[in-house]
Write a protein that binds this ligand. Structure first.
Ligand code: NI
Length: 259
């Protein structure tokens, strides 16, 4: 397979500390033509930018993940805004809401920090990369209010919610979860996504697809995710890779043929 765009991966994660440069350098020979590495706070956003400066096929996003929302100061938000001016920063992300953990950052603060970054993205005309875990209602409310361009990543909602997101003009990213045995709901959701709004992603180092589930994930494993989605869409896997590559370039405003 060739022409793979991993629309969401975290190569700054410490799970890559022992062999990061080797893993990243091997990707082009494994069919991976582009990677988006979003940040989760200021230091990971800076790392994402340094990868994008080092590797022509890497792009960065900057922002505060809901897990770190409680740490974002006004000064941090200003830093995100200034980093967003870097030519290889293509989005604000990842931002959003995560209601999974009881001891997480308070929901009110998560919503406030998400809203501030949605407003920033609008101001800068950048797309957003949205994390929504067990927070579907509040996520949709804020997306309806701010109407950003962008992506709902690692999609875990219903097929009905797909329609709402598509109506807002946004794209939807699927991870290795579509290859898992209990994936029927996610596969039904994927079936509901129009072909021009579909993206593939690893969320590396997490979410390794079958048959590598439980292992550290990197972008070379996307072929399994692409294979599962190609079956849903009754397409040739290479065709699906080509299509999702073009979609990622469109949503991230990457000019055609830049890589
Ligand atoms: Ni992520």
């Amino acid at each position: 397979m060739e022409n793979i765009f991993d629309s969401h991966a975290h190569y700054d994660d410490r799970k890559f500390d022992s062999d990061r440069a080797e893993v990243i350098a091997a990707l082009p020979s494994q069919g991976v033509r582009a990677v988006m590495n979003p940040g989760c706070d200021l230091s990971s956003s800076l790392k994402a930018i340094s990868f994008a400066e080092t590797y022509p096929y890497f792009y960065a996003a900057v922002g505060f993940h809901p897990e770190f929302a409680g740490k974002m100061t006004q000064k941090d938000l200003e830093s995100v805004a200034s980093l967003a001016g870097h030519p290889k920063v293509m989005a604000i992300g990842e931002i959003g809401l995560d209601y999974h953990y009881d001891d997480a950052c308070p929901r009110e603060i998560q919503r406030e920090v998400f809203a501030q970054q949605l407003a920033l993205a609008k101001e800068l005309s950048l797309p957003v990369i949205v994390h929504d875990r067990e927070a579907h209602g509040d996520t949709l409310d804020l997306l309806r209010k701010y109407r950003p361009e962008g992506i709902v990543h690692c999609y875990s909602g219903s097929p009905e919610m797909v329609e709402e997101i598509v109506k807002l003009g946004m794209y939807i990213g699927f991870t290795g979860v579509v290859t898992f045995k209990n994936a029927s709901k996610t596969l039904r959701a994927a079936a509901a996504v129009p072909l021009d709004r579909l993206l593939v992603e690893t969320d590396a180092p997490y979410m390794a697809p079958e048959p590598c589930r439980g292992r550290r994930c990197d972008s070379s494993l996307l072929e399994y995710t692409i294979g599962a989605l190609a079956r849903v869409k009754e397409m040739d896997p290479q065709q699906l890779a080509d299509l999702t590559f073009a979609n990622a370039c469109r949503v991230y405003h990457i000019p055609d043929g830049q890589n």
